[in-house]
Design a protein around this ligand. Structure first.
Ligand code: ZN
Length: 502
């Protein structure tokens, strides 16, 4: 018997799998136990062909045992440790140090990129053993600090490294550049929409969830996308978190400090948004982790989908339970919703008349409630520009302010917040729990009287009131002011009026 360690994935976690190979006399037959049938067939053929490519023709009865038997395994990730186990058991590999090995084999022996190299790197680090991956996985593995990792292009190259015929090739360090000066889309390209631009800046600065209400063609999606470009760059730690999700899904893992932006359409399934399914994979809300999750046409979303998004948006993590087990994924997102102002879409439009009755409009506004609407701090109208306005904006000499300029103010406001909340391990105003709001967001006397008066007039709930306080704190932070003044409160209150008011 000769054990080689490989990995399999459960949700976003890598689990060790021990590959044991035994070869006895007789006609060639390969049996693998501990893996689903389809995966066995495919893996067996790839491994056999790859061994032939390095000049090894297996003889005898080859029994491969994958332990523990009770966890489901993916064939592709285990090709490499199975091949190494066979080389070792057949006396063709004299040394195979204790390490984690992962990789899919091509028929010609090349090592192919696999999903899950980042979770595997975390596992190798916790087991305190080296990790060997295909060269195509090197970049994502290099992002994980404190792991001893090597990469190879092919089975032959790896065998030479293990036996000392070649120097082991450490994964090269990765340089993550700063985010591009010009964002795509950039606020410099968005004409007019001064109120929406302002709300976008506040949303980004304090991490406040935002609702955009406007007719089709008013540019809600463009504004939502542009918000991702004014958020502060990802920190090293946050970057690894986002790459971990992408690595688990086998997606492109090119490291960037640009925050993710994901659109969810109302036709999406709960599994695709929240994660789960047979393979317990993360969903859109986790792909948007540390970035923006955009729900377009919010009023069309089914209630069960918005209901299942409530906890992940509130808690920043999502727990998925299936027959295959229970797993947790990250889901700390800035939520942006977009909706039409009415069923026909043109209530308040400067050109196209609205076909809805006032009753229709009331009924429609009621759709703008529900499980995640009370997680929204800011609401703003995004009017469609008239042709005259579009022309007058394009005639103006100076271009609107760029995303890079806005981002500088956002970063400055975030620094103030981090400093304020550091003892509570919070980074922005929106995250602050209600009991801390009461204790730490204290208003000067005149502001207090003003807010009490307005809260009565607007019939604000306790929760609504604390949202107003948090938003006004962010507005004051953007202005670099220590005290929350009446002016800051008045602006924050403005973002609570209109749709879905509470
Ligand atoms: Zn209408």
């Amino acid at each position: 018997m000769s054990g080689v360690l490989g990995v399999t994935l459960r949700g976003m976690e890598a689990l060790p799998v021990e590959v044991e190979v035994e070869i006895t006399g007789g006609l060639l037959a390969i049996s693998i136990v501990g893996m689903p049938d389809v995966a066995i067939r495919e893996s067996r053929e790839r491994v056999r062909a790859a061994l032939r490519s390095v000049g090894i023709n297996l003889r005898g009865r080859v029994s491969v045992n994958l332990a523990p038997a009770d966890i489901p395994k993916e064939g592709a990730l285990l090709d490499l440790p199975i091949a190494l186990g066979m080389l070792k058991a057949s006396g063709n590999l004299t040394q195979c140090p204790k390490a984690l090995y992962m990789g899919e084999l091509a028929l010609d022996g090349r090592l192919r990129r696999v999903r899950g190299a980042v979770p595997a790197a975390f596992l190798a680090r916790s087991l305190n053993i080296p990790l060997y991956v295909p060269s195509e996985n090197a970049e994502e593995v290099a992002l994980v600090q404190g792991v001893e990792a090597y990469c190879a292009d092919s089975l032959a190259e790896l065998a030479m490294m293990l036996t000392g015929a070649e120097e082991p090739k450490p994964v090269p360090p990765v340089h993550v550049g700063e985010i591009d000066e010009a964002a795509d889309p950039d606020f410099a390209d968005i004409k007019g929409q001064l109120a929406a631009r302002r709300a976008a800046e506040i949303a980004a600065a304090g991490h406040h969830n935002l609702l955009l209400v406007g007719s089709p063609g008013s540019g809600k999606t463009l504004i939502a996308r542009a918000i991702a470009g004014i958020l502060p760059p990802l920190t090293d730690e946050e970057l690894v978190e986002t790459i971990l999700v992408r690595s688990t899904l086998g997606m492109d893992t090119k490291p960037t400090r640009q925050r993710p932006f994901r659109i969810v359409h109302f036709t999406a399934s709960t599994v695709s948004v929240c994660g789960g399914g047979n393979h317990l994979r993360p969903g859109e809300v986790s792909l948007a982790h540390r970035g923006v999750l955009f729900l377009d046409e919010y009023t069309e979303f089914k209630r069960d989908l918005t209901e299942s998004l409530r906890a992940p948006i509130e808690d920043g993590v999502i727990t998925v339970s299936r027959a295959a087990g229970t797993v947790t994924y990250p889901s700390r997102v800035l939520l942006i919703l977009a909706a039409n102002p009415c069923a026909c879409g043109y209530n308040g439009d400067p050109v196209i008349p609205c076909k809805c009755s006032s009753l229709d409009i009331e009924r429609y506004k009621r759709k703008l409630s529900g499980p995640i609407m009370d997680r929204i701090d800011l609401q703003i109208n995004v009017p469609r520009l008239t042709p005259e306005e579009l022309l007058s904006f394009s005639n103006k000499a100076e271009a609107p302010e760029s995303s890079a300029e806005i981002r500088k103010r956002v970063i400055k406001a975030r620094k103030i917040q981090q400093e304020r909340w550091k003892e509570f391990n919070l980074v922005c105003n929106a995250e602050v729990p209600e009991k801390l709001v009461k204790r730490y967001l204290i208003l000067p006397e005149d502001s207090r009287a003003y807010l009490a008066n307005m809260a009565g007039k607007l019939n604000l709930s306790g929760r609504g009131l604390s949202r107003v306080l948090k938003v006004s704190r962010t507005i004051a932070d953007l202005a670099g002011e220590e005290e929350i003044s009446k002016k800051h409160l008045a602006e924050a209150l403005m973002y609570r009026q209109g749709y879905g008011r509470r």
